[in-house]
Design a protein around this ligand. Structure first.
Ligand code: KG4
Ligand code: ZN
Length: 344
């Protein structure tokens, strides 16, 4: 079974080829047009997808040494995401499927992140807890078996990646903020400033309705007030202070993510934790969650950074699980669904 997977929900244009659930190739073209605007510009994103989609698909077929005639099915992200961006990938996938007379599987982008850990040789065991941390989402999910999900909690305001991006903007560090804060945090003191940790579980074995909910907007406001007090940007541009702010901010975000994820794994008595989304590339999060999991007799799985950010390989692996459970589930009436929520 040779599957072509397409992902175009935001600013990454990506295609992958999988054979019986095993990855043969993945091509990701990150759009650079957005960097000067400090965030993704939807209209520019859809135009760039239109230019990129055919060369990206052709490259993925070439890398997998597969011809388009050999492809048996197409998987495509149909939401959530930017409407104009989704339309490009979905229209291409429908045209490809219709012209070849092969089936199409619509995949929820978040379910792609959820199953991304299965792209690696060392895979989580079902049931597991999934932590999805990206620029748009922060979610804890109990995955009981393939395609049986329970959403435990999500952010009430900013997503974790959004908090990194906003704090980086306050510090004048550019966009996206996560990688640069991660780098500066390495040489800073995480105890220099005490930023708030919202809704922390009271103890490892007690949970409340807020235990699996997140809130990151308070940390960002706290950084803003600190910078005001320090008169940052006018009299004070001390590099050490910037590194200490980055380290202290990152420690606050990581503490919350780790405590809640471990508490969820304890509550549902699972031994595997799978982390996904752009923030899963964070060095501090990887180190702390790995260590916390080991100390509790659990194991944390982090896909390689390439599979943490948006990519078509994760759409292909999710389609594989979906196909095993439901058979081919979509047809050419599939519509782009920008606000699509996770299925349960
Ligand atoms: O999953 P993703 O590529 O796109 C979506 O939002 O769907 O995630 C992008 C987010 C950005 O907010 C970026 O700042 C953050 O992931 N990010 C990181 C790191 N690398 C990317 N955040 C913290 N540490 C990193 N190393
Ligand atoms: Zn994503």
């Amino acid at each position: 079974m040779k599957l072509l997977a397409i992902e175009s929900s935001c600013d990454e244009c990506s295609a992958a080829v999988l054979e019986d659930g095993s990855l043969k190739s993945v091509v990701i073209s990150s759009q650079l047009v957005h960097s000067e605007f400090g965030g993704v510009v939807p209209e520019l994103a859809s135009r760039a997808h239109m230019e990129l989609i055919i060369p990206v698909v052709e490259e993925s077929l070439k890398k997998a040494s597969v011809t388009k005639e050999e492809i048996d099915s197409v998987a495509v992200t149909y939401g959530p995401g930017l409407a104009g961006s989704l339309i490009v990938g979905l229209s291409f996938a429908k045209a490809f499927a219709a012209s070849r007379g092969i089936p199409i599987v619509g995949v929820n982008h978040m379910e792609g992140h959820l199953y991304s850990a299965f792209l690696e040789d060392d895979k989580p065991e079902f049931p597991f807890i999934s932590l999805i941390v990206s620029g748009g989402h922060t979610m804890l999910i109990h995955v009981k078996e393939p395609y049986s999900h329970e959403l435990l909690g999500q952010t009430r305001d900013d997503a974790a990646g959004e908090a990194f991006d906003k704090v980086a903007k306050l510090l004048g560090l550019g966009y996206p903020g996560g990688p640069v804060i991660d780098k500066l945090a390495k040489d800073g003191d995480p105890r220099a400033f005490n930023f708030p940790r919202a809704f922390m579980p009271r103890s490892a074995n007690s949970w409340s309705s807020e235990s699996f909910e997140f809130s990151f907007s308070g940390i960002k406001t706290s950084v803003l007030y600190l910078l005001r007090d320090l008169k940052y940007g006018t009299e004070n541009r001390d590099d050490k202070v910037v590194r200490d702010i980055c380290a202290s901010f990152q420690a606050a975000v990581v503490d919350v993510l780790v405590a809640k994820t471990i508490t969820a794994a304890q509550k549902f008595n699972v031994r595997s934790i799978a982390v996904a989304g752009g923030v899963a590339a964070n060095r501090g999060l990887r180190e702390s969650l790995r260590a916390a999991a080991v100390s509790m007799g659990m194991k944390a799985f982090f896909p390689r950074p390439l599979y943490c950010t948006d990519n078509a390989a994760m759409i292909g692996i999710a389609a594989h699980f979906k196909y095993l459970k439901y058979g081919m589930v979509s047809d050419l009436t599939l519509l782009p669904t920008p606000n699509l929520s996770l299925s349960f």
